[in-house]
Ligand binder design. Structure first.
Ligand code: COA
Length: 253
């Protein structure tokens, strides 16, 4: 079965991470499938809302580290950048249902969603510094904007997990429900939205979001730093340590 499942019903396209044995970590092929699905959802008038979901035990462990090292994103047309631009400029409502860990892009993609529902087991983290990297998905712009600078600095510099209640407090999450109910709750909300006039949903979202140029520019800027840092000693040590299941040693970087 595919690692990304896409299903459309009653105007709602649901994109499901389906790679539980690897904690729903995301490969380039999965980014490509999601970028295509998002583009299709944007172009298809019968799709009115998109929902991202994982499993009740895990949303996503972020980038697949091995795959990422084997085929790092190098150009603007890399699947990850295509996916990120797709969600940053998506005109229709985007929802997410998050249970369990949401690591790296598992958290940063949520800044591009309009409504986020979380299981009470959700654990959000942006551990880029701990991986010798820097933020992506315009999170260096959107996290301070949403959380306030100091809370964003704690999340992005420390890189430690924060949990459902704190995520709701900083505005990342709309509502916390039991993990077994989160996907169903998000579906019910998505169906309510799908029954509303699409033209009004699109206009309202566009008016709230305003100009997306600053977000796209920040993504580019981050992408350049991220690509460079991926080849530098700190990231090599962090990724090597993950593969060898040991603690990284940053004393020399
Ligand atoms: N990339 C590649 N493989 C990953 C992965 C990732 N991001 N996250 C987990 N996996 C793999 C593990 O290597 C392991 O594979 P194995 O069974 O072949 O050894 C399997 O998924 C299970 O992972 P494990 O760490 O044993 O699960 P856990 O429940 O103890 O912990 C996480 C879950 C998500 C907290 C933990 O896996 C983790 O921290 N992953 C790395 C997250 C990360 O740094 N992502 C990069 C962000 S840019």
């Amino acid at each position: 079965m595919s690692d990304i499942l896409t299903h459309t019903d009653a105007g709602v396209m649901t994109i499901t991470f389906n790679r539980l044995d690897k904690k729903n970590s995301i490969t380039a092929a999965m980014y490509a499938a999601m970028a295509d699905a998002v583009a299709q959802a944007g172009a298809d008038p019968s799709v009115r809302v998109v929902v991202f979901q994982g499993h009740e035990s895990i949303f996503s462990a972020g980038n697949d580290i091995g795959d990422f090292l084997n085929q790092p994103p190098t150009t603007q047309e890399s699947p990850v950048f295509r996916f990120l631009r797709g969600i940053a400029t998506f005109e229709k409502p985007l929802l997410a249902a998050v249970a369990g860990p949401a690591v790296g892009i598992g958290t940063t993609l949520l800044f591009h969603c309009d409504l986020v529902y979380a299981g009470d087991n959700a654990a959000f983290s942006m551990p880029f510094v701990n991986l010798g990297l820097c933020p992506e998905a315009a999170s260096s712009l959107l996290a301070p904007r949403m959380f306030g600078y100091h809370r964003a600095a704690e999340a992005l510099l420390m890189g430690e997990p924060f949990f459902a209640e704190a995520a709701q407090e900083v505005g990342l999450v709309n509502r916390v429900v039991p993990p077994t109910e989160v996907n169903g709750y998000a579906q019910a909300q998505a169906r309510k939205l799908a029954a509303k006039p699409l033209s009004s949903l699109i206009a309202t979202k566009r008016l709230m979001k305003g100009d997306t140029q600053a977000v796209l520019k920040k993504m580019d800027e981050e992408g350049q730093d991220f690509g460079r840092m991926l080849r530098e000693p700190a990231a090599k040590e962090a990724f090597g340590a993950f593969m060898e299941k040991r603690k990284p040693d940053f004393s020399k970087v």
